[in-house]
Design a protein around this ligand. Sequence first.
Ligand code: FAD
Length: 502
Amino acid sequence: MSGKATERADVCVVGTGAGGGVVAKELAEAGAKVIMLERGGPSARLEPHEPVVDGAVRIFSASRALRTEVAWGVPPMPIIFGRCVGGSAALNAGTCFRLPERITEKWVTRHRLEVFQSAYLEKLYVHVETFVNIHEIEPELIGGHGRVFRRGIEALGWSGGPVHRNARGCQGAGACVVGCPHDAKLSPNLSWVPRAIEKGARLLTRCRVQRVVVKRGRAVAVEAKWHANGGTGPAQALRVEAPLVVLAGGALGTPEILWSSGLGGSSGELGRNLRLHPGVVAGGLFDEQLDGWRGAPQSYFSDQFMDEGVILLVGSVPPPLGCLLVPGFGETHKQWMSRYSGFSDAGALISDSATGRLLRGPGGRPILTYRLVEEDARRLHRALERLCRVYLAAGAKVVFPGFIGATPARNERELGEVLTRFGPSLPRRRLVGGSLHPMGTCTMGVSPESSVVDPFGRVHGVEGVYVADGSILPTSTVVNPQETIMTLATHIAWGIRDGAHA
Ligand SMILES: Cc1cc2nc3c(=O)[nH]c(=O)nc-3n(C[C@H](O)[C@H](O)[C@H](O)COP(=O)(O)OP(=O)(O)OC[C@H]3O[C@@H](n4cnc5c(N)ncnc54)[C@H](O)[C@@H]3O)c2cc1C
């Protein structure tokens, strides 16, 4: 490590994702001297006219903007997240949902988070939705894959609708998850972070925060390791002196910093309550030309099973990524792929009743564990069946339930046989799960005995340290979480701005 630098600010924001970006913008606009420290590099995106596969290789491997950790259990759950300016949202699908009312009610009644009363929540939503232009997807962006999904939902008489998205000027490139080539998706790197900079905030990338320094029970600084010159420079120790520190390193990143700082641990809840919002995927093959890579990747949803904590969402991706969902090997795979323009894929996400855990492994390296409980496995099994039924109702010639050992099915009878081949419920090890939405680990609550932060985002037991990211969500959101995270981060930033708890 060469050299040591010291910076000063009113507020140091750690992480620039859906949580950190919002806080930096709101506080910089309020006149605070803000510094943002981001572990990853500048956000990468597909170049216009660049082949998707080249862009994906560059972004996923060379710039290492998209990372995977595995939560160990049965089945092992890969967790995918972003490490770049804008965080995971820089590489997400841009789908936005308000938190379902039944979850808000639960947070107010069971978790006593009274701040989420409806009038105040409405004000927060409108503020966020206006700034990043969250609106119902334009009909022409629904694409062929959404068209058939909608047809199936309507044929079954299930509830649903077009999704809302945070975009402006979307041209339907279908490449949100490799970074929009037209900068249309208003992720934090293209909205909250640039506005914060415009208002005087500073941003240091390739800067990994290691700990918060506390004196006499108050935050005084953060210590970080920073690589100057866009990451090519030698590692340098950086100290940012600030009386307010807002941690927004995400559900996997924030606990690590709190552990190293000896903060947030008194309840024993730090690192616990990890929700993965696990999902399953199924596909349908149609005689029609759908060209699922055109239009917005996610365009239509069904909330028919919301009371069971399940949401169904259509989501197609360009062929070089979508091929991973097409069955078979060698010649068989090639034959299915030759019909790719007739494919539509959809996923189902369940609000998990089990919780996983983030532990400190040797050398401080995080270890994740997660055990899918039987009831959640059963809900995923039912969700697979429902996704396939949507495609059959829409006229699919063949459906593909995504689990290990599945074979394609041409009708409801064959589907029933495929889904019960391994018993009345699918063994957990056969589920091909995964998570794009880790939540929890630093949960928000009233009592210091059972939560890590209070209802204003303050870490219990210390002054001047806040958390504002997906780690504070007290339960799973059922729906995709980015709008909820942005909304909560706005609430926390406004509390700091207004000195509500100075
Ligand atoms: C492929 C994909 C698709 C998705 N699609 C959707 C979608 O369509 N809709 C939706 O609602 N949600 C979606 N999500 C989830 C959503 O993007 C995330 O839930 C949300 O962005 C999380 O925000 P966050 O601020 O909590 O954390 P993150 O976005 O993970 O941001 C944390 C940031 O902190 C940085 N950081 C971590 N540790 C440190 C440290 N020690 N020092 C400095 N910086 C640090 C990280 O590099 C990162 O940039 C998707 C996620 C993925 C991966």
